[in-house]
Design a protein around this ligand. Structure first.
Ligand SMILES: [Zn+2]
Length: 259
């Protein structure tokens, strides 16, 4: 829990001052572990151009496996330095947080997983103008690898076809609906003209998430159909069915008996 506390800081001119801040970050921006950050140094900047970086504090991650040093930036709002409380704005550098996909998705399309995580890394580094393009590319690998898994003999045709064509030809039901919309939004992030100006990266990520869930379900469904084919019924069901067959056969025989 974050709470206000005093901290001794140095100014640009070497003076010492005591200010109030809302405490160190509780997560390391590099290893993303919950931490009790160790204070290294604190600097109060004089008239900084970037007001959200008015107080800069250097911390170190106390975890043996990490030990990374990072800078947390604080701002006191519109109040005077003497009376304001410095609130944490953000920490840097930030290591991208890897998105872990299920084994089914990772096995289906390792390229999708790699490209998706690279796209999200651009967002972490505030390079959001190219994040959508990366997600659009990741979506293409996901859909095409899924289509190839359905029709391996058509892989060359699938690889050379456009994404929307592959979606139309190989995706069905809700997957087709959501994949088409993801492709439309992804194309918006790739081309000069935007058709869906009210939609942003959040919507594109949601659509890809839903497509991933549908493909995951389709893979699991296929696997269970293979592991448990319909004829592999329970022993009780088989016995009951065999009994019915015998009874029906006997009855037929009786009817066909010459009178
Ligand atoms: Zn760490």
């Amino acid at each position: 829990m974050r709470y206000f506390q005093p901290i001794s800081v140095s100014t640009f001119y070497g003076e010492k001052r005591e200010v109030t801040y809302d405490g160190p970050p509780d997560e390391c921006p590099l290893c993303h572990s919950k931490i009790d950050a160790s204070l290294v140094a604190a600097l109060l900047r004089e008239h900084p151009e970037e007001i959200d970086k008015a107080l800069q504090i250097v911390f170190q991650c106390p975890l043996t496996d990490c030990q990374s040093v990072f800078i947390s930036h604080y701002w006191h709002g519109e109040r005077a330095v003497e009376s304001g409380v410095f609130h944490l704005q953000f920490s840097e550098p930030q290591a991208p947080r890897e998105h872990i996909f299920s084994a089914e998705i990772s096995n289906l399309s390792p390229n999708f997983v790699a490209i998706y995580n690279e796209a999200m890394a651009t967002e972490t580094h505030k390079l959001e103008l190219i994040t959508g393009m990366g997600l659009r590319k990741a979506l293409e690998f996901l859909i095409k690898d899924f289509a190839i898994s359905l029709k391996p003999m058509e892989s060359e045709s699938i690889k050379s076809s456009g994404l929307v064509t592959v979606i139309k030809d190989y995706c069905q039901g809700d997957l087709k609906i959501v994949a088409e919309r993801a492709a439309w939004l992804g194309n918006d992030h790739t081309h000069y003209h935007r058709s869906w100006e009210d939609m942003d990266l959040k919507h594109l990520k949601e659509l890809i998430d839903v497509a991933v869930n549908h493909i995951q379900s389709a893979i699991l469904l296929s696997q269970y159909k293979q592991m448990m084919p319909a004829r592999s019924r329970s022993r009780e069901t088989l016995v009951a069915e065999q009994t019915n067959v015998v009874e029906f056969a006997d009855h037929t025989k009786k009817d066909q008996r010459p009178s």
